[in-house]
Design a protein around this ligand. Sequence first.
Ligand SMILES: [Zn+2]
Ligand SMILES: [Zn+2]
Length: 264
Amino acid sequence: MAVLAFFVSHWLLCVFFQSFFQHRYSAHRMYTMGPRTERVMHLLTYLVQGSSYLSPKAYAILHREHHAFSDTEKDPHSPHFFTDVFRMMLHTKKRYDDYTEGKGQPEPRFLGGYPEWPLVDDTLRTSWVATLFWVAAYSSFYIAFATSPWQFLLLPIHFLMGPVHGAIVNWCGHKYGYRNFDSTDKSRNTLPVEVLCMGELFQNNHHKYGSSPNFAARKFEVDPTWQVMRVLAKLGVIRIATPQRAVWPEPREAAREAGAARAA
Ligand SMILES: [Zn+2]
Ligand SMILES: [Zn+2]
């Protein structure tokens, strides 16, 4: 029971901070916050994601490329260019490593506007001592509380939580589910009640309304990360910076213009 509670809470917290900090803040700047609050959120993201913490800078660059080149050959992780999810993730990892190591040359328009903290993003993220600490910490919990040997099979997922979520969102979100909006990419909404990945699987809504902090568009869709953001905004912790909101059905005028642009 303790192991299951740990697994579920670690899963949800990791994907929440990925969606809240790396995606909606670093890549999209959907909200602002004071410099001290930003540091607290940055540190919390590291502490929660531990051994699989992703550099906000490299994440932001890759993700902006994903929006600009969605489901084309230049997309860093389109499932339509790979035979399986592992090949897609290895390709993504290679480009991510290039950007964290300063070897890749992204287009200038994808640079800037993300939080940078060398101690966390470079020193701690790449430190073997820190990685071993996290691996030992997760393992110790299992050694103390596991009630059956099969539960240890869950441990590698804790070690690689960030890439596991990336694989699910990038693969499923452009392959399985329904579409609310017509678009040139192949994005889909995989789950209408999106608790599993905290709103990240509303890829079709998000590609249509890239600046909307609420990834849900229809009445039955629920975006948990947006619900948390609303509370944080009410409390004054963050300020929502973008007026755009996902609207379904797409207003007729906008739909006509989008159709004409696609046909041109
Ligand atoms: Zn995005
Ligand atoms: Zn996408």
